[in-house]
Design a protein around this ligand. Structure first.
Ligand code: SAM
Length: 371
């Protein structure tokens, strides 16, 4: 695994912590490639014949596959290891960052300014869905700080995601954002946005490629989680990338009508309820100038095969990802036309995931152009 880019805010693990981290990344790679594929072998070789013997036919639905696989020793072993590795990932990174938090905050305070800004709303109300689960088993989810005004969640996410993807997002975790830039350039070769909004920016990892692609543009980035924004701001200043961060809900922002030429999100929609996605599409329509583009990078479909559906549900049930199916199955066309986009101005572009392709078979881009 290539080393992660060492910006000033990145966690500096001890040798022991680094050893654990590397073990986890290697384990993740094994589980998501070879071990993941073994579930289908176990299903076809063992559970389908058993099911046929009992019912005279193979499992016909996701729930029947679930019933068949519940007691399968291979699946149970895979499940246990996958969940345990996820817990180990966050525990290891969180413990290391907890130790470093005072020093990281000191670094954040002493950085030379790079032209960005940070606006935290003291009266901000976190949406109810965000409080209900620790999303992907990340302790405290995105919004929890250890002390007043720290950037714990952002620091944990930056290092944790790098290990989770076993380095597959590149040294600076920017591959998702770069992919979005590439798709925009490919679809709209003459498009040069001057005001850009990144919704659900998290630690800002996918925001930086927007600034590199369109250096003259003003870039606003919003998120509901203050510790993510504090980290994102400090990380951007450390990397000398001027981004204007503010704490806002993507479903209802304080920007004026027609403020942006481009509104993007990366991995936001699978972490929110479908009803909010519809609201966000309406908000994008309000925020875009005529000719402006909305593009969201996330799950763009859901398997139809019952076994693949069962495997896709693993994350919902065992990795606290309750909204993935909703994101994959939303009627994009209907949501966009209801928001005011023209029927001919809506697009959908699946891509082959660069990493975790076994698990992320349905990622891609969905968007629309405002006329
Ligand atoms: C999986 S992270 C993705 C972060 C970033 N876009 C990236 O590519 O690394 C999802 C982010 O969406 C944020 N989020 C969730 N609901 C939101 C909402 N209603 N408005 C804005 N941000 C939201 C979370 O706090 C989290 O930081």
């Amino acid at each position: 695994m290539e080393a992660q880019y060492q910006h000033a805010l990145l966690s500096r693990p001890t040798a022991d912590e680094r050893g654990r981290e590397h073990f986890i990344a290697a384990m993740r790679r094994f589980l998501i490639t070879d071990a993941y594929a073994g579930n289908e072998t176990a299903y076809r070789a063992r559970q389908v014949p058993d099911f046929i013997r009992a019912h005279g036919r193979p499992p016909a639905s996701y729930l029947e596959v679930k019933q068949a696989m519940a007691g399968d020793p291979y699946y149970r072993g895979f499940s246990l290891l996958n969940r345990a590795t996820q817990e180990l990932l966050w525990d290891t990174v969180a413990e290391s960052i907890e130790r470093q938090m005072p020093a990281l905050m000191e670094t954040a305070r002493s950085l030379p300014a790079a032209g960005g800004s940070l606006t935290i709303d003291p009266d901000f109300e976190l949406p109810a869905y965000a409080r209900k689960v620790d999303i992907h088993v990340m302790p405290g989810s995105f919004h929890t700080a250890l002390g007043a005004d720290d950037c714990f969640a952002g620091a944990v996410y930056d290092r944790g995601v790098y290990l989770y993807a076993y380095g597959g997002l590149g040294a600076d975790n920017a591959a998702l954002g770069q992919g979005t830039v590439d798709v925009i350039r490919e679809r709209f070769p003459r498009f040069v946005p001057s005001r850009i909004l990144d919704m659900g920016c998290g630690a800002g990892m996918s925001t930086h490629p927007l600034a590199a692609a369109w250096p003259a543009a003003e870039i606003q980035a919003i998120d509901i989680a203050a510790p993510m924004l504090r980290y994102a701001h400090a990380r951007s200043e450390a990397m000398q990338v001027p981004i204007q961060y503010s704490q806002q809900n993507a479903g209802r922002t304080n920007f004026a009508d027609g403020s942006f030429d481009l509104v993007v999100s990366n991995l936001l929609l699978h972490e929110i309820p479908q009803s909010l996605t519809r609201q966000i599409i309406k908000e994008c329509h309000r925020l875009l100038r005529p000719g402006g583009v909305m593009i969201h990078n996330d799950l763009v479909g859901w398997p139809t095969d019952p076994f693949q559906q069962f495997m896709a549900e693993w994350n919902a049930h065992h990795n606290n990802e309750p909204f993935e199916r909703g994101s994959g199955t939303i009627d994009w066309h209907a949501a966009c036309t209801a928001a005011g986009f023209g029927a001919d101005d809506i697009f959908r572009q699946p891509v082959v995931a660069a990493y975790m392709s076994e698990q992320l078979g349905h990622v891609g881009y969905r968007g629309a152009v405002r006329r």
